[in-house]
Design a binder for this molecule. Structure first.
Ligand code: RIB
Ligand code: CA
Length: 330
């Protein structure tokens, strides 16, 4: 089993992602670390405890990460999409509360990296502040990260938090630039371009709700989350003509599916740039397709072309529905 760490800002779609990670037979979930993002750090930390408790994974240590971006403060969170409690207004459904955090995120991640006898997969599904700080303060550990899987960015369909920027990158563009442009850890980026195509509808959500307590709690978030995301999508990131209020993206779950089952998503290697200016394009990810620098830093960017979108949606159902998780995996 591949050792896995998830850095997260739960967050409704983070909840789907953590459920998938906690139940995936391919991986050994070695640590979860909470970072600021959708809601503030105390709330993302409590929500991570809630998720580990509901999933029966109190064995997984929790670390507390960054409470703000590296350089410039951000003006907003995403409570309009995820609810003030960060879990679609139904946080109380995610119970019992898991154990208290064991300490700071960077210490926990470093400990897992140092003690693992094989390279670790690090999934980052919130702002990249913790990942940037880890690589800046412990460059010696970079080689122990076998693969970084990031949910973030938008390379061609526009943003969900501004005209061009996706929320995770926009929340800390300096951190995102360090990780996606200047570091050399093998990285897969799962952007809005794909996650806004792999949306789920009310039938999919109803089946999830009927599958058992975890599915029911996850699906119960749709009354808040779906509305917010749908509105967000209408602001210019809309991809799928079928999209509407009845379809919601579960961005982070798509990224975690790739993390636990490498190759599920079609990817293309791209040189990236991240706008860290303070202007209207701040947080925008630029894909440079000119192929200028042979041997330069490229990131494997997940794209809809070549991805079996229906297959991904079905795989997410198989891995999330309580009644299918216990069944042998097909
Ligand atoms: O833009 C979507 C991303 O930002 C997701 O990770 C969501 O949870 C928020 O963190
Ligand atoms: Ca997230």
């Amino acid at each position: 089993m591949t050792p896995l760490i998830v850095d997260t800002d739960p967050g409704v779609d983070d909840a789907y992602a953590l459920a998938l990670a906690a139940r995936a037979p391919e991986v050994d979930l070695r640590a979860v670390t909470a970072v600021f993002g959708n809601v503030d750090l105390p709330t993302t930390t409590t929500n991570a405890r809630r998720l580990l408790g509901l999933l029966g994974r109190g064995d997984v240590p929790l670390g507390v990460g960054a409470e703000r971006p590296l350089i410039h403060p951000t003006t907003r969170r995403a409570a309009d999409v995820h609810g003030d409690d960060g879990l679609g207004g139904v946080a109380e459904r995610f119970a019992p509360l898991g154990p208290e955090p064991v300490g700071r995120a960077l210490d926990l991640i470093a400990d897992v990296l140092q003690t693992s006898d094989e390279p670790v997969v690090l999934a980052a599904i919130g702002p990249l502040t913790d990942v940037a700080l880890l690589l800046a303060t412990r460059p010696d550990l970079a080689e122990r990260i076998g693969r970084l899987v990031v949910m973030g960015g938008s390379i061609g369909i526009g943003g969900n938090v501004s005209a061009g920027a996706e929320f995770n990158v926009w929340s800390d563009p300096e951190a995102a630039r360090r990780v996606l442009v200047e570091e050399r850890v093998p990285t897969t980026l799962v952007p809005l371009d794909l996650t806004h195509v792999v949306t789920v509808d009310q039938v999919w959500l109803a089946d999830l709700a009927a599958s058992g307590p975890v599915g029911d709690a996850l699906a119960a978030t749709r009354h808040v989350y779906g509305r917010g995301e749908a509105i967000g999508r209408r602001s210019g990131a809309e991809l799928d003509p079928r999209d509407g209020v009845d379809r919601v993206p579960i961005h982070d779950a798509v990224a975690l599916l790739e993390a636990v089952a490498p190759g599920t998503l079609a990817t293309i290697p791209l040189e990236l740039e991240v706008d860290t200016s303070l202007g209207p394009a701040r947080g925008t990810v630029l894909a440079d397709r000119r192929g200028r620098a042979p041997g330069g830093r490229t990131v494997d960017v997940a794209v809809p072309e070549g991805t079996d979108v229906d297959g991904v949606r079905d795989a997410l159902a198989r891995r999330l529905r309580d009644d299918m998780v216990s069944a042998p995996r097909g």
